[in-house]
Design a protein around this ligand. Structure first.
Ligand code: SF4
Ligand code: SF4
Length: 342
């Protein structure tokens, strides 16, 4: 354990950068705190409750190319001519082995425990067999310096979903503010070497003070199906912000993109998709499974709670409160799912 000054904390970031990490941490930009690459002109913020974005934006980017392939599509004066395999012989598409896994190592510096729990959830989803190679490449060698959280705001409820502490094995360093300085504890061999200390220490983590606590009744789908969210969603504009700012929402869409100038070079792109959009559940033939915003909201709740508990044994909601704090209508699902107990 070491007591460090602000200057020495910045020294740890520089040391991580020297070791080849792309260091990402909270920083103020445009009146809001975001996780940003910490570069020369980016000031680390240590006095914050929430960030607009989350580790998922770095581990699972909003848009990424998965691979490229060659198609035999050509442009004619009548438009795009695509040769279909069933009519004219074997599949005319050749997959070019142009897969390049992401490079570099990420270090999250100064994230709160709820965000560390969101990484644990993404790990469960993306590293389950078969593991997603793009996520796995970014996840390997990840460094995490957790900034302990003293007190949440009115939207935080990490304690109600059991995410107020850092899961085992998910921190290299713990940082706690104390007076003008910081108490920094190594929690992994990499953390110890950065602090130039021997060994790893166990700490009594600070449990953040919650302004509100809830008891949720969301163990199975039925309990959610029985509730009616119509009043709650009266002002929902279906903007999808709740899923964009959620650190555990990982749903994606796959698109093949090409230029009309050269349709033979196609890129397969993975982009983020929101379950709050109608197109999320639309399939060929014009069928949409989740037609109303009430149905889509219930789907989101089911995915966060009973589905995640059943599939991964943990809550898919880490109680960060981002979906409430950044919702333009401040739609708050907490009393829909249960009741306030403190
Ligand atoms: S952020 Fe709020 S308004 Fe937008 S879709 Fe979600 S609940 Fe509806
Ligand atoms: S559902 Fe809301 S409170 Fe839960 S993790 Fe997502 S953004 Fe945070």
């Amino acid at each position: 354990m070491a007591k460090l000054s602000w200057h020495e904390i910045l020294g740890l970031i520089t040391e991580l950068q020297k070791r080849g990490f792309d260091v990402v941490g909270p920083s103020s930009e445009g009146g809001v705190v975001k996780l940003l690459p910490l570069e020369e002109n980016t000031k680390l913020e240590t006095n914050y409750v929430r960030t607009l974005n989350s580790p998922k934006d770095f581990l699972l980017p909003n848009k990424e190319r998965l691979f490229r392939y060659k198609s035999t599509a050509t442009v004619t004066s009548y438009g795009l001519k695509i040769r279909f395999p069933t009519v004219e012989g074997p599949c005319p598409i050749t997959i070019v082995p142009e897969y390049s896994p992401p490079r570099g190592r990420i270090a999250f510096f100064g994230i709160h425990p709820c965000m560390v729990n969101s990484i644990r959830y993404l790990d469960k989803v993306m590293l389950s067999d078969p593991a997603d190679p793009y996520y796995k490449a970014r996840r390997e060698g990840l460094f995490i310096a957790v900034l302990e959280c003293d007190e949440g705001d009115e939207y935080c409820f990490c304690k109600s979903v059991g995410c107020e502490k850092v899961p085992n094995g998910y921190a290299d360093l713990s940082i706690k503010k104390e007076g003008d300085g910081f108490v920094v504890t190594p929690r992994s061999p990499t953390g110890s070497s950065l602090l130039m200390e021997e060994g790893v220490e166990q700490i009594e983590e600070t449990i953040p003070k919650m302004k509100e606590e809830y008891l949720f009744d969301a163990k199975d789908e039925k309990s959610i199906d029985l509730k009616d969210p119509a009043n709650l969603l009266e002002d929902c504009t279906i903007c999808s912000s709740c899923t964009v700012v959620c650190p555990t929402c990982y749903c994606s869409d796959i698109q093949d993109r090409f230029s009309l100038m050269d349709p033979s070079n196609v890129e397969r792109i993975r982009t983020r998709m929101s379950c709050q959009r109608k197109s999320y559940s639309s399939i060929a033939g014009g069928v949409t499974f989740l037609r109303t915003k009430n149905e889509r909201f219930k789907w989101r709740m089911k995915h966060k709670f009973p589905f995640s508990e059943r599939m991964y044994g943990i809550s898919g909601c880490v109680g960060c409160g981002n979906c409430i704090a950044f919702c333009p209508s401040r739609i708050d699902f907490r009393t829909f799912l249960g009741r306030r107990v403190a």
